[in-house]
Design a protein. Structure first.
Length: 305
């Protein structure tokens, strides 16, 4: 009797099982790389493989949540096609994302689609994916066991540049005072205004001056600080953003009128300078030479006017 009841129950459930089998979809979320550095582009792809009788729709990639470390490049573009003779169809959505996180894991949550049936709505969800952002390292050997940046004890050598600058200012001030005392007052009649220098020409001349002096051979830290300050002054004059007082991340957020590739190159140059300035990172001379060449090229390509 029990065997007959079981067979009867299986016979009744067969249509339901066949309906579930014929109304299913498989959603997958993929990235083209699982390890990136700051400024890299990640390509996201969501794919739905579903039965032909289903009408698949949903938010998909367009509903990814906002993230201060990610910048979505445009809107997702989708394509639909038949997979094979089995009656299956495929919906594919693609989206490019630029990464601004310094280092660590970034999680892309699940994306969801649905199919509206006569008496119900079926939801289909993908798996989440993770991407690891490597810290920016510019030296020949990758340092191991990086820790948080700590402030080193103050040393007398840290003030050499300030002492030298103060002595220079006092000397120049004294020389100007002495010359003005000797020069007849009536000779000085008109004040000649300083000629205007375009932002790109001013920045390129300043970078070339450091190149000619090969400052990185005697003062590598000051060379990178100078590169960062020159780039920031150029952006402040040319793009009217508060670059001299802003952090590197704020500059990347506010600078919207350059292409993604050019923004990524600028972020790399500024981050390397920050690591030299704050993390005491040592850069090889060859890398310093390349950084100045890239900075000059960036200014030439992104000058205004």
């Amino acid at each position: 009797m029990r065997k007959i009841n079981f067979v009867f129950l299986l016979f009744c459930m067969a249509p339901l099982l066949m309906w579930a089998q014929s109304n299913k979809a498989i959603v997958t979320l993929k990235v083209d790389k699982d390890t990136v550095t700051i400024g890299d582009m990640v390509h996201l792809q969501a794919q739905v493989e579903y039965d032909a009788q289903l009408n698949i729709s949903g938010s998909g990639l367009s509903e990814l949540p906002e993230n201060e470390y990610l910048e979505y490049q445009g809107n997702p573009h989708s394509t639909r096609k038949s997979s094979d003779n089995s009656g299956k169809k495929i919906l594919v959505e693609d989206l490019d994302v630029m990464v601004f996180l310094d280092s660590g894991w970034i999680d892309f949550p699940s994306v969801q689609y649905h199919a509206v049936m006569p008496d119900t709505t079926i939801f289909f969800e993908s798996n989440p994916v993770r991407v690891f952002v490597l810290p920016v390292v510019s030296s020949a050997d990758t340092p191991e066991g990086l820790r948080s940046i700590i402030k080193e004890p103050t040393k007398l050598s840290d003030y050499y540049s300030w002492i030298f600058g103060l002595i220079s200012l006092l000397f120049i001030g004294g020389l100007i005072y002495f010359l003005r005392k000797r020069k007849p007052k009536e000779v000085v009649k008109n004040v000649v205004s300083k000629p205007y220098v375009a932002p790109d020409k001013e920045a390129i001349l300043a970078l070339q001056q450091i190149q000619m002096n090969r400052l990185w051979e005697t003062a590598p830290k000051e060379a990178q600080i100078g590169l960062s300050q020159i780039l920031r002054r150029f952006m402040e004059r040319a793009y009217k953003i508060n670059a001299l007082e802003a952090s590197t991340r704020e500059i990347g957020r506010d600078l919207k009128s350059v292409s993604p590739n050019q923004k990524a190159l600028l972020m790399k140059l500024l981050n390397e300078s920050d690591l030299v300035k704050f993390a005491k990172l040592t850069m090889l001379d060859e890398h310093q030479v390349q950084s100045f060449k890239e900075a000059i090229t960036w200014i030439k390509r992104n000058k205004k006017g």
